[in-house]
Design a binder for this molecule. Structure first.
Ligand code: AP5
Length: 217
């Protein structure tokens, strides 16, 4: 399966991407995680991306597209993209690259959620600085406060999860990324899932939509 996930910051894309990748045996490519790894490693790419990310702005298209396309070549047996595309030029670049590879996109799955819920979720998110696993101080706290259950790394609040930055990320999302819904609707690829509810419940809704899609192909 070749799938992109759409939805605002805090919709649960990362949470669901891991669960769907496991369920369908797909490679997960998450541009936000890739950038954070580069920022921590202080690579040239990380140094370019850092200031945009901390301000809640999008990293420029040319930087993101180059990184994404080289990663896509490593994923032969199907993939999920979390965080890409985020602009129409990114979606067009992906479409062209997939046409060249004769492996078109099968669906764009949009997670629907009101802004106010995502703001509350992101205020409570804690992220492992080592393995990027995420926790929620309310619904999914770690066993030991401030420590990752999986790898023992330190949990911190992401710099861009401060409320004011989250509000700005939402503005950027509505302006730059929401037009992707029409882009994929016009191509018959848009599918929607209600993202409010228990994590397991949202996964169940997503797999129902995707199983249905697979059964008709
Ligand atoms: P990125 O890391 O992709 O951030 P995002 O899209 O803003 O998404 P988030 O990670 O904030 O939220 P999510 O939807 O994944 O939610 P999660 O599952 O964690 O990008 C960061 C930055 O990188 C961008 O701002 C930009 O600068 C740059 N960037 C990345 N890609 C780019 C691109 N293509 N072009 C340009 N720039 C790019 O869940 C959130 C919280 O809610 C967690 O605590 C979780 O435990 C909790 N939660 C999840 N599901 C539920 C549920 N059902 N109920 C209750 N709580 C839940």
């Amino acid at each position: 399966m070749r799938l992109v996930l759409l939805g605002p910051p805090g919709a649960g894309k990362g949470t669901q991407a891991h669960r769907l990748a496991d369920y369908y045996g797909l490679r997960l490519i998450a541009t936000g995680d890739m950038f954070r790894t580069h920022v921590r490693g202080e690579t040239p790419l990380g140094l370019k991306a850092k200031s945009y990310m901390e301000a809640g702005e999008l990293v420029p298209d040319d930087v993101v597209i180059g990184m994404l396309l080289s990663e896509l070549d490593k994923a032969r047996n199907g993939w999920i993209l979390d965080g890409f595309p985020r602009t129409i030029p990114q979606a067009q670049a992906l479409e062209e690259a997939l046409a060249d590879r004769e492996s078109p996109l099968q669906a764009a799955l949009k997670f629907k959620i009101p802004d106010e819920i995502t703001i509350a979720r992101l205020a409570g998110r804690r992220t492992c600085m080592r393995c990027q696993r995420t926790y929620s101080v309310e619904i999914k706290p770690p066993k030991l406060e401030g420590i990752c259950d999986a790898c023992g790394g330190v949990l911190e609040q992401r710099a861009d999860d401060q409320v004011e930055t989250v509000r700005h990320r939402l503005d950027v999302y509505h302006r730059e990324s929401e037009p992707l819904e029409k882009f994929y609707w016009d191509r018959g690829l848009l599918r929607e899932v209600e993202a409010v509810g228990e994590v397991e419940e949202v996964t169940h809704r997503a797999t129902e939509v995707l199983d249905d899609l697979l059964s008709t192909e």
